[in-house]
Write a protein of this length. Sequence first.
Length: 154
Amino acid sequence: MSPELAHGTNDHRLPRRAVLLGFLLLFAASVRADEKPYAPQALPGTVIVTAEQVVELVLSRPGLVIVDSRKKSEFAKGHIEGAVNLLNTSMRPEDLAAISPDKAAPIIFYCNGIRCMRSSDAIRKATDWGYRNIFWFRGGWKEWTDKRLPAITD
């Protein structure tokens, strides 16, 4: 009998511990991947609106610009009628000026909802570029579809 076995070492437990540790690390990584940050509660110079208020603004303000800050594939699956797709990460001052040359004209920004940071990022850019009449549909596409409001698909 080998000296290790005679002394009753726990070598057989090492593989089990390694497997258990591996599962715990995988579980922790998957939980963290599902945790998206919340969009800010407010942004300076911005008025937060609900889905119903978006409808009111569309009906009461001709020329209102609606910016959907989501990816093109998300936009194609459904968006608010009249919305223009400008992905936040590639939005440039000239892109926004092309759809809203008047920096005092009302603009609504939205993305996927309160766990999406795209519209808040786009709003920060727009305010830095001098836009002053910004509405933020913070509830975004999730709120819109949860309330079964009309959607346009491409």
